[in-house]
Design a protein around this ligand. Structure first.
Ligand SMILES: [Zn+2]
Length: 288
């Protein structure tokens, strides 16, 4: 039987080991808690025509809310510096990103960001630059920035350009080799267009799995962004950074949800997102 002093000593050792372990876990760059929140926008335009647009009015309100509540927007390079060098992110910091490269980012989002001296990352789809898709059954409008506009955005020190593949194809539509080409070629294209390294990648619809993480790493991106962690954060967390979906749901003056999402970025349930991709998982796995 242990003496009282020995018991206390063991308890102290146990507590130290345990709390230290927990502490290290918290600081590990492989954990969601290590990342500053990331917002994922699509198009910004005066009239929204689908559920992933945000109206110019709501967008302005969200940027003003960030400013008035002491948030600073991070540049992609600062974000990278914190992740790679295991530095703590500034308290109340956020990374703003836009997927798909719709024309509204140039026309409406960039001017509002500039007015407030805010940083952002624009993920563009190589083959859709300068194109316009016919309106869908809901009369939604999809037109994309031109390469000249991408070039102009890239010269602004507030902004960075990332890749969102060549064609925005879903993984089950392509082979692994084709996907590898999509990731690699789009990066090369952006680097040639902007004259700057293309360091970040965003997965179309936020879907990824272990194989896709490997491809992104192989294509030499520094960071890659998803929508949710899909339970794979223990793999390569910096290649699957979750983002807060800023669609219509966050708009319509829904500042309460916006605030909640920002403050709970590190704890949002991953299960609901995993559910969302179940069909794609099965389809894609059958193919390989
Ligand atoms: Zn997309």
């Amino acid at each position: 039987m242990l003496l009282r002093m020995e018991k206390i000593f063991l308890l102290i050792i146990f507590t130290c080991v345990f709390t230290n372990y927990a502490f290290c876990e918290e600081l590990s760059p492989l954990k969601r808690t290590a990342f500053a929140p990331v917002l994922m926008y699509h198009d910004i335009r005066p009239q929204v025509s689908n559920n992933f647009d945000v109206s110019t009015e709501d967008f302005k309100k969200q940027l003003d809310w960030l400013m008035n509540n002491g948030y600073q927007t991070l540049s992609l390079d600062t974000y990278i510096d914190c992740v790679l060098n295991k530095k703590s992110f500034p308290e109340k910091s956020v990374l703003i990103t836009f997927d798909d490269g719709y024309s509204g980012i140039y026309e409406y989002a960039a001017p509002e960001l500039r007015k407030r001296n805010m940083h952002a990352v624009f993920f563009v789809i190589r083959d859709l630059l300068g194109t316009e898709l016919p309106p869908d059954e809901h009369k939604a409008k999809y037109d994309y920035v031109t390469k000249e506009q991408v070039k102009a955005l890239s010269t602004d020190p507030l902004f960075s350009i990332g890749s969102h593949t060549n064609t925005h194809s879903m993984p089950h539509q392509l082979t692994l080799l084709q996907l590898a080409n999509e990731y690699f070629e789009s990066k090369k294209y952006i680097e040639e267009l902007t004259g700057k390294p293309c360091k970040a990648f965003a997965f179309p619809v936020g879907y990824y799995d272990k194989d896709l993480l490997k491809l992104v790493k192989k294509a030499d991106y520094v960071l890659a962004f998803s929508v949710s962690d899909l339970g794979l954060l223990d793999q390569e967390a910096r290649y699957s950074i979750p983002r807060i979906y800023m669609g219509v749901v966050m708009g319509q003056e829904n500042m309460k949800l916006f605030k909640y999402s920002l403050e709970n970025y590190h704890k949002l349930p991953k299960k609901i997102f995993a559910e969302r991709f179940k069909w794609l998982d099965q389809y894609w796995k059958q193919k390989r």
